[in-house]
Design a protein around this ligand. Structure first.
Ligand code: GTR
Length: 392
């Protein structure tokens, strides 16, 4: 064997599974071009994007990253188990809704919490949080209040605000994640297909059942619904928004690896680590890319681009290195050419904004000062962005 090749092989192997923590150590990489078909032909116009290239990219993400989710169940039923028109000191109406998916003989129920503002003249736009933290963050009684879901502040700005627990849709554990909705579509004990859906896809499927409910609620303007998630929830919101185009704004907060961060940068959390620690989140096929990010047929900027021409938002926190803030910014940035082609405004900046600053085109981004979290400051950026894009 040629010694130089051997040395390179060892060097490559050396960095293979190790996360990178300094910008100067990020390897050179080439991003797959969203506007070039897999056969090398260019995507010439918006029609070619929507009819052919977008479906091609969607399929690659299904096959290699998140797995294939089923369509809607045979039927979905909604039961309003509580309605309080005097919630939040009379400012809002609370509904607790049980959403039941029925498939053959099987049934699965999870709960949606929804507050709508009482002073609205008609249906209002809504923010749905896919909550990956404890239910005390979305307390319907409002005895407990959390900056993770600052519901009063959202109501005050004239939006409806909703949440569900991702774990109620598919438990967030490798041991039993298939015991939630996934059990309606297959035996949880059977071996998972290599491209079978993982928990992130299942959580997005849950957001689609929430959308089915929104379509029945006159207090909500279903044409103006924002899907939002933090961290693992932000990975799920991006994939859920790609699969369900009824969500008209898609927001990922600090979503990192498998969310908005560019995988090829290998910065912070890497594909191998996420697959080892959270084998239930992604398709089994994703493990083929452990230490081989360069071989992925897609990268995460193409996931962001799948939202086009809908407004999409990526946000980072300055101390959240595990989620690679630069990589998150770059995926929002590199989705730009698709927005340009189909008639949207790419990020209006070429460089990552300073902490505390936001850049809002049809693609939005901000870098919050601080650590891995979803805070009222983030929410106000999202509402500013929605003010810009929603008609009210
Ligand atoms: C971490 C994981 C991240 C992120 C985070 C979270 O442990 O490495 O990918 O998803 O959990 O969801 O809070």
């Amino acid at each position: 064997m040629n010694m130089k090749a051997l040395a390179i092989g060892i060097a490559v192997f050396g960095v293979c599974l190790t996360p990178i923590h300094a910008e100067e150590d990020v390897p050179d990489y080439t991003l797959p071009d969203p506007l070039v078909f897999e056969d090398g032909e260019p995507v010439e116009d918006a029609e070619a994007w929507f009819d052919q290239r977008r479906p091609e990219i969607l399929e690659l993400f299904r096959e290699h990253v998140y797995g294939r989710r089923p369509g809607p169940p045979d039927s979905v039923e909604f039961e309003i188990v509580e309605e309080d028109p005097e919630a939040m000191d009379g400012d809002a109406t609370l509904k607790r809704v049980h959403i039941t998916s029925i498939q053959g003989e099987g049934e699965h129920t999870f709960q949606l919490i929804l507050f709508t503002p009482n002073d609205a003249p008609g249906p209002v736009p809504v923010f749905l949080l896919m909550n990956n933290r404890g239910p005390e963050n979305t307390d319907p009684t409002r005895e407990e209040k959390s900056g993770f879901w600052p519901a009063e502040e959202v109501i005050e700005r004239g939006y409806a605000v909703a949440a569900f627990q991702v774990g109620d849709v598919a438990p967030d554990s490798a041991d039993n994640f298939r015991e939630g909705v996934m059990s309606l579509f297959g035996d949880p004990e059977a071996e998972r297909e290599p491209d079978g859906w993982g928990a992130l896809a299942a959580w997005g499927w849950g957001a689609s059942r929430v959308m089915d409910y929104f379509e029945t609620d006159d207090a909500v303007d279903v044409s103006q619904a924002a899907l939002l998630g933090h961290s693992r929830g932000g990975k799920a919101s991006l994939w859920g928004g790609a699969e369900d185009e009824r969500y008209s704004i898609v927001i990922s907060n600090n979503s990192g690896c498998g969310g908005a961060a560019i995988s090829r940068r290998r910065f912070g959390e890497r594909v191998s680590q996420i697959n080892d620690r959270f084998p239930h989140w992604f398709a089994v096929n994703f493990r083929e890319y452990n230490g081989r990010e360069h071989a992925l047929p897609i990268d995460q900027h193409q996931l962001v681009a799948l939202m086009a021409p809908r407004p999409v938002y990526v946000a980072s926190a300055s101390e959240d290195n595990w989620a690679d803030p630069v990589g998150e910014f770059l995926s929002a940035y590199h989705a730009g050419p698709v927005y340009e082609l189909v008639g949207g405004e790419p990020l209006p900046v070429d460089e990552q904004p300073a902490p505390g600053e936001a850049a809002h085109g049809t693609v939005g981004y901000h870098l919050r000062e601080g650590g891995h979290n979803l805070t009222p400051e983030d929410w106000h950026h999202y509402m500013d962005f929605a003010d810009k894009h929603f008609d009210r």
